[in-house]
Design a protein around this ligand. Structure first.
Ligand code: FAD
Ligand code: SF4
Length: 513
């Protein structure tokens, strides 16, 4: 055998570099479902199911195209650990080379490299042409910068790719329409919202759903509503559905939240992108076409493109600069345990109950739910960042470490000390009240930091400012926020500390809140 071409569960792209120069006479494709990939972080059922279903569909497509394929199903005998199992295949098949596109996770990348070395097989890693910015190009852009700012990167990418440009200036005179994109629904709510297209499981997906229910019965999450796209053709339909019905309103409502409205105007495309069923270039081009046709406004298309050309590429670059350092980071010295209700939704805090229940039922929450509800609470409470990271990696259908870890650790938990974002995303219950209807149905009052109905977010918010006063008091971007502590009388701060201590103790003892 000349090449053993390894395709991982998030590399389901028929145009992948892995297949460049593939010769069916001498090469084989290798794919394996191994239990360890679903248990190294205790993944929820939707996350496990989407990967297995998409892998099985992809395998059947490439087999139909005539690629010789070694595919191991979950129940097949052999090591549960993917890397060890691959090592056994290398020993058995003795290929001249192991060919792989750069894995999306540092742990797997290093493991596979080491295993190839141990077996005396040459490791050939190809860059991933799925992305718009190569890892090396990002490193060159980042070189010499002490702080990495998405907005600078995004402008650089727009110029490089020639997106929404008028000469070398941005179309519409502004690079960023973020200020127009922070709408909240007010008391009357969102009204009618177009329901996104769902994909009824076919026979392959139904088999996977049954397998996951049987083999991962003790994992959190539900598959009752599983309707994610798991093939390229379904992902293309999902893209059209978003462009036809939701892109026009995407920008303005992208930060808003509402009970029972899981999707609002969001794209619901991250899992398809991360599995490689779609390319970012085709998604961006399709959105730009809608703008060229006058179907959507500049602020909506710019807001959407910024997420893909800006944030998605940016966080990948940040991750690969120093994945080990990022995963170990804990700039704020946080050490609390992740509350048990993150795995059940069993809490009286309505916002957290809504977002966590939705997450477990669908494998999805939108960005502000992740950042300002679950992430914000963990930040304010002071949960050890690695535990927060493991939860995010386990629960979402789009979770792959290159994108999850920088979002969780650097953006949401400020664990890297501000290398990636300028200040912590810390907010009190008042922010959640402004952006959602969650507080209206809650036992707590978002305006209160002390007293019987004090909102835990609000108490912990002031306590967070108080605990990190020294670090941020003179911070160029955060000082304004921290100076608001001055408005609180000393006895109120004392009561906040006391109440925050009670919340911490209750959660540490596993008492519900
Ligand atoms: P939309 O809100 O409609 O956005 C459109 C697309 O832009 C997304 O599909 C996604 O590809 C891209 N995008 C938007 N924001 C980001 C971002 N911050 N980073 C990277 N891409 C972005 N995204 C993941 O894909 N996988 C993760 O594991 C993940 N973990 C996250 C953890 C935390 C703590 C936070 C705050 C964010 C995380 N995100 C993650 C980013 C973002 O929340 C999701 O990409 C988004 O919610 C996916 O839903 P959507 O497709 O409807 O996106
Ligand atoms: Fe969440 Fe506080 Fe609002 Fe309740 S009052 S929903 S805990 S922010």
């Amino acid at each position: 055998m000349r090449h053993l071409v390894v395709i991982l569960g998030d590399q389901l792209n028929a145009d992948s570099q892995a297949f460049d120069d593939f010769d069916p006479a001498t090469d084989r494709v290798w794919m394996a479902e191994r239990r360890g990939e679903s248990t190294h972080v205790w993944s929820t059922k939707p996350r496990i199911a989407i990967f297995l279903a998409a892998m099985r569909h992809f395998a059947s497509d490439i087999e139909a195209k005539g690629y010789p394929l070694d595919y191991t199903t979950l129940d097949a005998a052999g090591d549960d650990d993917l890397v060890a199992y691959l090592g056994q295949a290398l020993e058995r098949l003795r290929p001249q080379r192991l060919v792989i596109v750069r894995p999306g996770e540092h742990r797997l990348r290093e493991g596979i490299k080491a295993e190839a070395r141990r077996c005396g097989v040459e490791y050939v890693e190809r860059p991933d042409r799925h992305f718009l910015c190569a890892v090396d190009d990002f490193s060159r852009w980042a070189k010499g910068k002490t702080q990495l700012r998405m907005e600078h990167f995004y402008r650089w990418m727009r110029k490089r790719l020639g997106i929404l440009l008028d000469g070398d200036k941005p179309v519409g005179g502004k690079w960023n329409f973020d200020a127009d994109n922070r709408g909240s629904f007010g008391r009357e709510g969102p009204g009618w919202v177009p329901k996104p297209k769902g994909f009824t499981p076919d026979a392959i997906t139904r088999e996977v759903v049954e397998l996951v229910e049987a083999r991962f019965a003790d994992h959190a999450g539900s598959l009752a509503a599983f309707d994610w796209p798991v093939t390229r053709s379904a992902a293309l339909e999902a893209l059209d559905d978003f462009l036809d019905h939701r892109l026009a309103a995407f920008g303005h409502w992208q930060d808003a939240m509402w009970t029972g409205e899981t999707w609002l105007y969001h794209a619901r495309l991250s899992s398809s992108l991360n599995l490689r069923l779609l390319t970012p270039r085709e998604v961006v081009d399709a959105a730009l076409q809608r703008f060229a046709n006058d179907e959507v406004s500049l602020s909506s298309v710019e807001g959407f493109i910024r997420q893909i050309v800006g944030w998605r590429e940016f966080v990948r670059g940040v991750y690969w600069m120093a994945p080990d350092r990022l995963l170990r980071s804990n700039a704020l010295g946080a050490s609390a345990a992740l509350p048990a209700f993150y795995w059940t939704g069993d809490t009286t805090m309505n916002c957290l109950r809504e977002v966590i229940t939705q997450t477990l039922d669908t494998g999805y929450a939108h960005h502000i739910q992740r950042l300002m509800v679950t992430g914000n609470f963990a930040l304010l409470l002071g949960v050890e960042p690695f535990q927060v990271h493991e939860w995010y990696l386990a629960v979402y259908v789009d979770a792959v470490e290159w994108v999850e870890a920088p979002n969780t650790l650097a953006m949401s938990q400020f664990a890297d000390g501000g290398r990636m974002v300028s200040k912590p995303y810390a907010a009190s219950g008042r922010y959640i009240d402004r952006m959602s209807d969650y507080c209206a149905g809650c036992a707590f009052d978002p305006a209160d930091a002390t007293g019987d109905r004090a909102c835990p977010f609000t108490t912990l918010y002031w306590d967070f400012l108080d605990r990190h006063r020294a670090r941020f008091w003179n911070h160029p971007r955060a000082a304004m926020q921290w100076r608001s502590l001055d408005r609180l009388p000393a006895d109120k701060i004392e009561r906040i500390r006391e109440r925050a201590g009670q919340i911490r103790a209750a959660l540490a003892n596993g008492e519900p809140l």
